[in-house]
Design a protein around this ligand. Structure first.
Ligand SMILES: *Cc1c(COP(=O)(O)O)cnc(C)c1O
Length: 425
């Protein structure tokens, strides 16, 4: 989103025009921003065989999937349903990685039958996999290197108490299982959590992975997961991708030389690819002056964007309708009957009822975590592509809330006891 001549635009399209066309609340994604992120990542890892596996749980709209597919990006899926959506979007099976956690073995079997790459994160499951498939189906192993990183306790997944991955301290056990079951391990994977700041942390983790790799002679790839941080606030420190790329590429080349073959280096960015592309556009329904704050109440809430409430995530908020007005301080709140504050004590250009507020960084874990709480409809989604806004998901309707519900009382009679019956014959 750009501010030119006191007007916010996306690829030259005024944001207010998008709102007129599609109403609020609406999620708007800038395709150019996603493409730019893909390019930066690619350019930063020149000289190595890089594969980008988009973590589609961050934003799973089919048009977004098709967009990244056309730019040569593959998929990382965490449920069989995501795998099926990836197939629906046209990804070839070998470009889909399935990284499940705590799923039933039936789900893994289904993924194997679809032909996608399976990533296993549990020794018992690995044994089961070996019993069933032997060396006929290749797999990857998710390792937990126990490197603690991540912006919030709920998104730290690499520490010793985490449920994810096979502990690095259990690698000799893994090796025994692999050898005894003749399992074809083609990849080693790690993902130590979202929001890693420091490229040194990645390098530390990479060295742990490279060390493990020596015990697996059939590897085709090392998957370093994700956790790339993007700026939520203006002066936020972000993962320096070009610097990381340079250091990691050098380390990886050295590793490949020692390993004796050129492997692929995989990353699984979600947030990095789509977070900044997204904006949740909302309309101010009410202003409310209380002794403690001025509330701007918008036509959205934790049902559409739960990150501020669930992770204390900061999302920058701007007044699209009135960008050059003097700034005042507001609490921006939602319309859900539950505390759903998008931002406390925010300096925002003076707000009037009916103004459009944009909640920024709403590409990742935003629509994909939306719900129907309070029986509200989920918003529409719009993709601005080649200078044109396109509707990529319709706003829900009452039919969506009713669909699938079975109204048994259209058939079954309710008999209440006489004392509680109010209608007398
Ligand atoms: C969530 C997840 C990612 C993406 O993390 P981001 O912080 O959004 O980049 C990558 N890999 C796996 C296995 C994940 O679960």
């Amino acid at each position: 989103m750009e501010l030119t001549n006191s007007e916010y635009t996306i690829q030259g399209v005024p944001v207010t025009q998008i709102v007129e066309q599609f109403q609020t609340p609406v999620y708007v994604y800038d395709a150019d921003k996603i493409i730019q992120q893909i390019k930066t990542l690619r350019d930063s890892f020149s000289g190595v065989n890089l594969r980008i596996k988009y973590a589609m749980k961050s934003l799973s709209n089919l048009s977004i999937l098709k967009l990244v597919k056309e730019y040569g990006v593959d998929l990382d899926c965490v449920s069989i349903q995501e795998v099926l959506l990836g197939v629906e979007a046209g990804f070839p099976k070998e470009r889909i990685l399935f990284t499940p956690n705590s799923v039933s073995f039936d789900e893994i079997k289904e993924a194997v039958s679809l032909g996608v790459v399976i990533n296993i994160d549990n020794i018992a499951v690995l044994e089961h996999f070996g019993d069933v498939y032997g060396n006929t189906v290749p797999c990857a192993i998710r390792i937990n290197p126990h490197i603690t990183a991540g912006g919030n306790a709920k998104i730290q997944v690499g520490h010793i108490g985490s449920k994810f991955g096979v502990s690095i301290f259990q690698m000799s056990h893994v090796k025994k299982v692999v050898e005894s079951h003749n399992i074809n391990v083609v990849g080693l994977h790690m993902h130590s959590g979202s929001d890693i700041l420091d490229s040194e942390v990645f390098l530390m983790a990479a060295n742990v992975m490279f060390d493990c790799a020596k015990d697996f002679p059939n590897l085709q790839f090392i998957d370093m997961g994700s956790g790339f941080k993007v700026a939520y606030k203006e002066d936020d420190i972000v993962t320096n991708i070009p610097e990381l790329g340079k250091k990691m590429s050098a380390a990886f080349k050295e590793f490949c030389k020692n390993y004796g073959r050129d492997l692929e280096l995989w990353f699984e960015p979600g947030k990095y690819l789509v977070s900044e592309s997204g904006h949740l556009l909302t309309k101010v329904n009410v202003l409310k002056h209380s002794p403690a704050a001025v509330f701007a109440g918008v036509d959205s809430g934790l049902n559409h964007l739960i990150r501020p409430m669930m992770y204390d995530a900061y999302h920058h908020i701007i007044n699209v309708s009135n960008p050059s007005a003097p700034k005042r301080v507001y609490d921006v709140v939602g319309y859900i009957c539950e505390t759903d504050t998008f931002g406390y004590d925010r300096k925002i250009s003076e707000i009037k009822v009916g103004d459009i507020l944009s909640i920024q960084n709403a590409g990742a874990y935003s629509y994909s975590m939306a719900s129907n709480y309070n029986s509200r409809f989920r918003p529409a989604e719009v993709l601005v592509f080649n200078g044109q806004p396109h509707l990529i998901r319709e706003r829900e309707t009452l039919q969506d809330l009713i669909r699938g519900q079975v109204d048994i009382f259209s058939e079954v009679e309710i008999k209440t006891s006489e004392e509680t019956t109010t209608s007398e014959k």
